[in-house]
Design a protein around this ligand. Structure first.
Ligand code: NAP
Length: 327
């Protein structure tokens, strides 16, 4: 089965509905980088039909973009390249900054690290409460006019914030958290995307590995791995999510699929979505084709909801990941 594609307004090449997420490749908050495996993963992604790759300057403080720039040398045209803007860092501490000067400096730094003259999708990583959206939007609109950027996206924005931003610059896509266990966007963000013709790049479709089917209660997270502080991975709540995983596996088995394929398919069947699969080893994405070419029925969706409702009595979202405003 070949990949499924979706059009993002302003970007000539249709994007694959499974994208490679490169946060973990940067190493920071994921227990350290492994550049050789990261490069092989990018090769593998292209081999299995993925053409959209998502990164950000903050992933490894430039490292993820550097790996990507090096790996794509000579074949940049094959991919739809998405990166972000609007976070800064000092001594390992990340904070929001979407002022005009930061955007201009960051864009040139990203282009250099990515070894390209343009970014296909340029996304504001988090809304900056200390900068008017007009300032950010106008600076970004200028980057589109200059040809350095093809299309704009907004990540982690509410509908009200998107409305305000879109008064000053057109937006083609959004990037919220979305997976079987994190469904907040169904209340307002997803309907907003549908009615405003925005493509949804769903981040964390495997819920940071919980939906890989490989996670066990005795798994030990080491180093700076963010799951040491992720509330979903702390007992007694962790057990609830692992119970839900066992239930979801039965639905996957009915389709002859892995849990991982089910988790990705579920995201793809919920709207104009792209699943941002986070991988850093080539073998992790060998199963991409299993998520394409089938769909979940209404009955499957209802059965899934029943499993989640029963197993997860104390749900929690991904809010712990939000970076602070600048001091
Ligand atoms: P994810 O894709 O839900 O999960 C990644 C996790 O899944 C990793 O722990 C990885 O394991 C595991 N995994 C992947 N393939 C696997 C396989 N075949 N078998 C077993 N385990 C597998 O989470 P994510 O990386 O947090 O999110 C994906 C992407 O979304 C990021 O890379 C980034 O591009 C984007 N993102 C954006 C934001 C934002 O604010 N805009 C926030 C978060 C993420 P290992 O740990 O063993 O590698």
């Amino acid at each position: 089965m070949t990949a499924e594609f979706i059009k993002i307004e302003g970007i000539p090449k249709p994007a694959s509905r499974i994208a490679l997420g490169t946060w973990a490749m940067g190493g920071f908050m994921w227990g350290g980088p492994d550049d050789a495996n990261a490069a092989k993963t990018i090769d593998k992604a292209l081999d299995v039909g993925i053409n959209l790759i998502d990164t950000a300057p903050v992933y490894g403080f430039g490292h993820s973009e550097e790996i990507l720039g090096k790996a794509l040398e000579g074949r940049r045209d094959r991919v739809v390249l998405a990166t972000k803007v609007g976070l800064d860092w000092q001594d390992g501490h990340v904070f929001r900054d979407s002022r005009k000067a930061r955007i201009e400096a960051e864009l040139d730094a990203s282009l250099k690290r990515l070894r390209t003259d343009h970014i296909d999708l340029y996304q504001v990583h988090w809304p900056d409460p200390k900068t008017p959206f007009e300032e950010t939007a106008r600076a970004l609109e200028k980057s589109v006019q200059s040809g350095k950027v093809r299309a704009l996206g907004l990540s982690n924005f509410s509908p009200e914030q998107m409305d305000e931003f879109r008064k000053f610059a057109p937006v083609a896509a959004i990037q919220p958290p979305y997976n079987l266990f994190e469904r907040e966007i169904e209340k307002d963000v997803l309907p907003y995307a549908v009615s405003n013709n925005l493509v949804v790049l769903a981040y964390g479709p495997l819920c940071r590995g919980l939906l890989s089917g490989k996670m066990t209660a005795d798994h030990v997270f080491t180093g700076d791995d963010l799951r040491k502080v992720d509330p979903k991975f702390q007992q007694p709540r962790f057990a609830q999510y692992l119970n839900a995983v066992e239930g979801l596996k039965t639905i996957a088995e009915q389709h002859g699929k892995s849990l991982l394929a089910l988790a990705i398919r579920w995201v793809l069947d919920r709207g104009p979505t792209i699943a941002l699969w986070g991988a850093r080893k080539p073998e992790q994405i060998t199963g991409v084709q299993d998520a394409f070419g089938w769909t979940l029925s209404k009955d499957d969706m209802a059965a899934i909801d029943a499993i989640l409702d029963k197993a997860i009595t104390d749900p929690v979202g991904p809010e712990f990941m939000a970076p602070p405003a600048r001091a």
